[in-house]
Design a protein around this ligand. Structure first.
Ligand code: ATP
Length: 324
């Protein structure tokens, strides 16, 4: 490889900066030039490509977000735009590309690989919703950020002897909710993986749980609700009506995506960034880096996208036991 391009795509995640810094610095150490591509595939199609200098990678490891900005780009799903993007990359002599993003972004990388550009993707998403890996860049920070917010709500919830429903991010995955639920000692945790779509049944179970725990003398009742289950405000209203316990909903929102990355996110992202470069140096293409059983590994993108993932049943059961 002579020149590596780097882009970040899809939703941003804390630790993306550490990853792109590691890609650039590892590449330079291997004698490879580095080009930055702004705004994901959209910036690539607009030729927003620049020679990355060392300075660009300074002072970013501790910052959330992505210094390369990120975007979504619908038209990139069409072949003609993928061909155009490959041409643009070639015009900049970019013969290796590192894409940092979620599984949508992996598909884009796969398409560029089919156009003859060697690509390696890194899992950058707070949601942990990528099947081939036990870790994604940004998850640890997002969980810690949400947990700290929940701790604050918990204090107030106890003082007022309230029920609080706190909705956390995660798209269609419940990992952030499960982790936050265990970490903050929540009484109930709602995740899409264990929700059958029957809202009245779910709410009846919660009402029962609140009344039962109130009878036991609990001073508050924390419900961590995943974005994929949603409807927190309506749920709060109906629960309050049915139980007579004051119930408030808080949707944490975009604060969960920002903030300084934790040590874990910085360190894992750094190793993954370095590995992406070394994979490209070994001639690999169409790969995605993951972390499994204590090791950084890589998969064919097609194989990775074909894998399925579910919340561990034992972990979910324990989370419920601990909330009793
Ligand atoms: P997050 O999980 O944070 O949302 P993501 O990478 O999954 O991240 P998407 O919006 O799904 O986010 O995808 C990001 C971009 O990847 C899209 O805007 C599009 O440019 C590209 N992309 C997604 N799917 C495809 C596809 N099938 N073919 C080509 N490009 C794609």
């Amino acid at each position: 490889v002579q020149t590596i391009g780097i882009l970040t795509s899809g939703g941003d995640a804390p630790g993306m900066n550490a990853a792109l810094r590691a890609v650039a610095r590892t590449a330079w150490a291997r004698g490879i030039d580095v080009k930055g591509i702004y705004r994901g595939y959209s910036g690539l199609l607009n030729d927003e490509i620049f020679d990355m200098e060392k300075e660009f990678t300074c002072d970013i490891i501790s910052r959330g977000g992505t210094a390369l900005f990120t975007a979504r780009c619908e038209e990139f799903k069409q072949l003609e735009y993928q061909e155009k993007a490959a041409e643009i990359l070639r015009s900049h002599n970019i013969d290796g590309l590192v894409v940092i993003g979620g599984d949508g972004s992996f598909r884009g990388a796969q398409k560029l690989s089919a156009q003859g550009i060697n690509t390696v993707a890194l899992p950058g998403t707070i949601d942990l919703d990528i099947a081939c890996t036990e870790y994604t860049i940004g998850f640890d920070t997002a969980v810690n950020t949400a947990m700290q917010a929940i701790d604050k709500i918990r204090d107030s919830s106890t003082s007022h002897e309230r029920c609080s429903i706190i909705e956390v991010m995660g798209r269609n995955a419940g990992y952030i909710a499960l982790w936050c639920g265990i970490a903050s000692g929540a009484e109930d945790i709602l995740i899409p993986e264990r929700f059958d779509g029957n809202r009245p049944k779910l709410e009846n179970e919660l009402i029962e749980s609140i009344l039962e725990k109130k009878a036991l003398g609990k001073k508050h009742h924390l419900i961590i609700n995943a974005e994929g289950v949603g409807h927190s405000y309506g749920m709060a209203k109906r629960i309050e009506q049915a139980t007579g316990v004051e119930t408030r909903a808080s949707i944490l929102g975009h604060m969960q995506r920002g903030g300084n990355p934790t040590a874990k996110d910085r360190v894992y992202a750094s190793y993954m960034g370095a590995l992406a470069v070394d994979l490209l140096c070994s001639g690999a293409t169409n790969r995605v880096v993951g972390y499994r059983n204590g090791q950084y590994i890589d998969y064919d993108i097609e194989d990775a996208l074909g894998m399925a993932k579910d919340v561990d049943q034992y972990e979910f059961e324990i989370a419920q036991i601990l909330g009793r």
